[in-house]
Design a protein around this ligand. Structure first.
Ligand code: GDP
Length: 426
């Protein structure tokens, strides 16, 4: 299927499943052609794993594009920011030789601040839910978005304004106490916040205006999604979802650009499916079959270390994700992981099961039983592997623009020559 998307504009990268699709690597590759990389939702619950020159870097909050020296990073207004985590990540990056000064990393003054009380509340709630837990990462993301919607949260602009910090913290604390959630005093909170505010102050801007000026100069922006489509607050498997919109359209309100400034949407999907935490997962495997896929794919969370639930590729679900995001192209990741199988089941339809829940209908495609992690050209892939990709592409109705066959930058195969320039250096 030919790829016809606009390659020389602003790109949004999103996950088409439940997160962990390998967006970090795709963002890292595409960031080479961008002047800016911006995050638009979520917080430090994201866990992008990048392997660059054999070195593994995990970023939770700072956009992964920051590893490119010529790219400037923005943490947009739609993100919730734990200032302690941000400072820690800036220090870790600096130690690894990646500069993170105010010329390279900006934080929106409108982003909301994750306070220690938010984390405590998140953890306490998950404990209280017991077996019915949502499976949140307990980073305080949900309670912080709640306070944003309730108009009592603390924004980054207030955090770094010495004249407004005490009042802002007192407000956040008072409302928390009213619902029995606060355990820290105002003075303790101030002692925590002040040094962090001093560190972050030079980075804080009206980032929407910064991006508007960048667009006026014709500079390209890459919007970096976190989590995945079916964790979207509206379109995901509610209530087992995250507390923000994860779909591509959210890049506009989450950074302050207009919808017409989003020119190309790249959806990232694994060649099979995984999910962390509770909630529906129609193609899930259990027992030994799940164990094997988990071991082959190293399916353990980058943020929490939790084993991921594993299952087969779900065509109807991913096709819906393509529509929800308006994806122009798909990057299919972890294709190498399927190289151990004689036959690969793919879910091609859902039918109503006896319990009223959707039951997947599987079709088996031939496996290729070969290590493809060293293959660099589409034509050099085994026939069965190309057939697998092309079947998925037909069923999804959108071009598969590239394949990923390993965690490294170089382990990426352009499927479509039109897409190749985006992935190549220079
Ligand atoms: P994200 O949250 O979508 O950015 O996903 P992660 O960064 O957690 O990526 C999932 C994991 O898969 C990371 O450990 C990556 O290094 C790894 N990974 C990414 N692409 C591939 C691939 O094509 N093959 C293999 N085997 N691993 C990959």
């Amino acid at each position: 299927m030919p790829f016809t998307g606009k390659l020389d504009g602003n790109i949004v990268v999103v996950g088409l499943q439940w997160g962990d699709e390998g967006k970090g690597k795709v963002v890292d590759l595409l960031a080479r052609r961008a002047a800016w990389v911006a995050r638009f939702q979520g917080g430090d619950n994201a866990g992008h794993t990048l392997v660059v020159q054999g070195r593994r870097t995990v970023l939770h909050l700072v956009p992964s594009g920051v590893l490119h020296p010529e790219v400037r990073a923005v943490i947009g207004n739609g993100v919730v920011v734990n200032p302690a985590v941000l400072v820690e990540e800036m220090d870790a990056l600096a130690a690894a030789g990646v500069p993170t000064g105010p010329d390279r990393l900006l934080v929106s003054d409108r982003a909301h601040v994750i306070l220690p009380v938010h984390r405590a509340l998140d953890a306490a709630r998950e404990e209280a839910r017991g077996a019915a837990a949502i499976g949140t990462t307990r980073r305080g993301i949900g309670p912080t978005y709640e306070d944003k919607a309730a108009r009592r949260g603390l924004r980054v602009g207030e955090l770094v304004d010495p004249g407004r910090l005490r009042e802002g913290l007192a407000r956040a604390l008072a409302r928390r106490e009213a619902c029995g959630g606060a355990e820290a005093s105002l003075d303790e909170l101030l002692a925590w916040a002040e040094p962090l505010a001093d560190r972050l102050r030079p980075h804080v801007r009206d980032t929407a205006a910064v991006l508007h000026r960048a667009l006026d100069r014709g500079e390209r922006i890459l919007f970096e999604g976190a989590q995945g489509t079916f964790l979207d607050l509206d379109h995901g498997t509610w209530p087992y979802v995250t507390s923000s919109n994860t779909v591509a359209g959210a890049a506009a309100p989450g950074t302050g650009v207009g919808p017409r400034d989003l020119h190309l949407v790249v959806g990232v999907a694994k060649a099979y499916t995984t999910r962390v935490g509770a909630g529906p997962f129609p193609t899930e495997l259990h027992g030994e079959a799940a164990e094997r896929l988990r071991a082959w794919g190293h399916e353990y969370g980058a943020t929490t270390g939790r084993p991921r639930r594993c299952g087969w590729f779900d065509v109807p679900l991913t096709r819906r994700a393509v529509r929800l995001n308006g994806a122009d192209a798909v990057v299919l990741t972890k294709l190498d992981v399927l190289g151990h199988l004689d036959a690969i089941p793919v879910c091609t339809a859902h039918e109503p099961g006896p319990d009223g829940l959707p039951r997947p209908v599987f079709r088996e495609l031939p496996g290729w039983r070969r290590d493809i992690s060293e293959v660099r050209r589409y034509a050099d892939l085994p026939d069965a592997c190309r057939a697998y990709v092309e079947r998925l592409e037909d069923w999804l109705g959108v071009p598969v623009a590239a394949l990923s066959v390993g965690p490294g930058r170089e382990q990426t195969i352009p499927r479509d020559e039109a897409f190749a320039p985006l992935l190549s250096a220079g």
